[in-house]
Ligand binder design. Structure first.
Ligand code: CO
Length: 172
């Protein structure tokens, strides 16, 4: 078991658009397992590859999903993409890369996600409530977006000092 280092806001990898994955090999499976172990140790319910400083389009999720056989551990979603969305609601979020900050963010209520599994097979999954939020939060990471980037300018300015401290630590 390998636990990877989770990078924090201020690290340039978190701002990049991550690359699509095209090779479905043993290295990818090992990386998914390492990401999954890291997420469990860090007590997250989702983790995106850029958070462990690998700018590729894979996320892992640790939540009960609809079909436990199809979504066996590690629940890794490669090249995930939201292909349908409906409704919006607010949900309080946090992020392993933005420690100690929790804020309400507006998200789609129901989504359909297209993705590939670790063997490259394509699937779609429907998600609502917390699972929908986790998918949207993690897919944002693949596009260089952190949840605090979605705050109103007003809320963001209230957090400015805390965010600046996190960024300073990330680069130290
Ligand atoms: Co996050």
């Amino acid at each position: 078991m390998s636990v990877l280092k989770v990078i924090q806001m201020g690290h340039p990898t978190l701002k990049k658009i991550a690359e699509p994955i095209s090779e479905f090999n043993a290295d990818l499976k090992k990386f998914a397992k390492d990401m999954f172990d890291t997420m469990v140790i860090e007590e997250g319910i989702g983790l995106a590859a850029p958070q462990v400083n690998r700018s590729v389009r894979m996320i892992v999720i640790d939540m009960p999903l609809i079909d436990e056989e199809l979504y066996a551990e590690p629940m890794a979603f490669v090249n995930p993409e939201i292909i349908k969305s409906e409704g919006t609601f607010f949900f309080e979020e946090g992020c392993l890369s933005v420690p100690e900050i929790r804020e309400e963010i507006e998200r789609f209520e129901q989504i359909t996600v297209k993705y590939q599994d670790l063997d490259g097979n394509e699937h779609t999954i429907e998600a609502d409530e917390l699972l929908a939020v986790v998918f949207q939060h993690e897919i944002d990471h693949l596009n260089g977006i952190l949840f605090v980037d979605k705050l109103s300018p007003m809320k963001r300015s209230l957090l400015q000092q805390k965010l600046a401290e996190i960024e300073a630590n990330a680069l130290a």
